[in-house]
Design a binder for this molecule. Structure first.
Ligand SMILES: [Zn+2]
Ligand SMILES: [Zn+2]
Length: 452
């Protein structure tokens, strides 16, 4: 999958390239629509000239989840997305004990297909159309579709070997740009715009506090739905919610109507004991504020009040300030180190020189952080994940050396015969019988190409 992606992205095919860039995050194996895995592999192999972080921030729906999970959970998901062990979405769904039903189909807006075609010569999958709960395009208010409305055929068919490009026509040739249907349900519009807005706020980092309980309570008190001691009028909140959202709307976005004393609505308004799906938070926010930006005003106020209270009420904290100030923020350090490692690997892998074996020693020295990598890798899960994926065994390195030697010899006008390849690669002893066979097959392959 990765190599297919690499090959296509590297062919310089103008028709494919922008799509792949935009599309990434959807076309991955197992067609993980929202939180793909193995991002590290793609960046390390230079398929994309972006950092892992940038890819995740700009081309996946991770920013929507980020504000609603704990720092520890976020690191876990982030790592899973980079090193590809397990899929990010499964992890998040697990973390959230999610009640939201999850659909995998990619969606598009006919109006956007038309605009993209006019502007770029081809449509692409828009990331914000793929956010959970999206029913209409927040720009055109066209209904998002995942099936051709003329013949009913599904627009994306995933399989392991192909990336679903965003179509301008269905498989039977029906023009998708002409299938715009305005959605007149104002709640569906409100919801889609709200989801898009929260996603943007998550991406910009403006929404980051993670503790929404106080903001909710503040608003409930304002609305007379909660006592100053924190007793919520459950029955009234429940009524208000059900008047606001029809059960059809809820079922069309895969959210169950909140029923009973242990419903998700009751739990989300309590002091939080677990994480909830972003969609549930957004439903509550829109019901209480009708508008994400008004919610943000209250959110900012509560956050500022907390910060100033914290400063006033913690003399102990201040007294031990000196030693406290020296304490290492491992999360931050991990991110920085991971970025340097990523860059170092990119440079090493794209060098035209004979490929040295990638080891912790080599990378650590290159980024001037060898001691840190040797002693504290256990505190830096991101860095560890990137290293684990890129550190080479002797065999892996010999393969890379052999490929390099063959290519260099050919470029220099030599015939890549076995002794010459091995001398060029600087290999005296092959690491295994498999490598031995590999050399011969590679040489054969190259020779056939030269003859042809
Ligand atoms: Zn649109
Ligand atoms: Zn059709």
């Amino acid at each position: 999958m990765v190599s297919a992606l690499a090959r296509r992205a590297n062919t310089g095919d103008k028709r494919i390239k922008p799509s792949i860039r935009r599309l990434f995050g959807f076309g991955h194996k197992k067609a993980s629509v929202d939180l793909p895995s193995s991002i590290g592999m793609l960046t390390a192999n230079k398929v994309f000239t972006m950092s892992n972080e940038q890819l995740i921030q700009d081309h996946t729906i991770y920013p929507l989840f980020h504000p609603f999970i704990s720092e520890a959970q976020a690191t876990k998901v982030f790592t899973a997305m980079i090193n590809g062990r397990g899929s990010g979405i499964h992890l998040t769904a697990g973390i959230m004990a999610s009640v939201v039903r999850h659909k995998q189909n990619l969606k598009l807006c006919p109006g956007c297909v038309y605009d993209d075609y006019t502007d770029y010569g081809e449509p692409y999958w828009h990331i914000n159309h793929q956010l959970p709960g999206m029913l209409v395009c927040s720009k055109h208010f066209d209904k998002l579709i995942s099936y051709c409305s003329v013949c009913g055929v599904e627009l994306t068919v995933h399989n392991e070997s192909s990336l679903p490009l965003c179509p301008s026509h269905c498989r039977y040739g029906h023009d998708l740009a002409g299938q715009a249907v305005k959605m007149h349900d104002d709640k569906a519009q409100l919801l889609s715009c709200g989801i898009t807005r929260v996603y943007e706020l998550g991406r910009s980092g403006a929404l980051n506090h993670r503790n929404f309980h106080q903001v909710f309570q503040h608003r409930l008190i304002q609305l007379g739905l909660c006592s100053s001691k924190g007793r919520v009028e459950q029955a009234q909140v429940f009524q208000m919610f059900n008047r606001f959202y029809s059960s059809e709307l809820l079922s069309s976005i895969g959210v169950p109507s909140p029923i009973g004393v242990e419903s998700w609505l009751v739990c989300i308004l309590r002091v939080p004991r677990r994480s909830f799906h972003p969609l549930l938070h957004i439903l509550v926010i829109l019901c209480l504020w009708q508008d994400v930006d008004r919610f943000m005003d209250d959110y900012t106020n509560v956050k500022e009040r907390n910060t100033s209270m914290y400063k006033r009420c913690s003399p102990v904290q201040r007294r031990t300030g000196r030693s406290g100030g020296n304490r290492v923020d491992w999360g931050k350090r991990d991110k920085n180190i991971a970025r340097s490692i990523n860059n170092a690997i990119l440079e090493l892998r794209s060098s035209l020189e004979k490929p040295d074996r990638l080891t912790v020693l080599k990378i650590g020295k290159r980024i001037n952080q060898l001691a840190l990598l040797e002693r504290h890798l256990d505190k830096m899960p991101l860095s560890k994940a990137i290293l684990d994926m890129n550190i080479e065994s002797i065999e892996q390195n010999q393969i890379r050396k052999i490929e390099w030697a063959i290519n260099t010899l050919i470029l220099d006008g030599h015939v890549p015969v076995r002794w010459r390849v091995l001398r060029k690669a600087g290999i005296r002893v092959l690491a295994s019988i498999e490598i031995d066979t590999y050399v011969d097959s590679k040489i054969n392959e190259a020779t056939v190409k030269i003859v042809a």
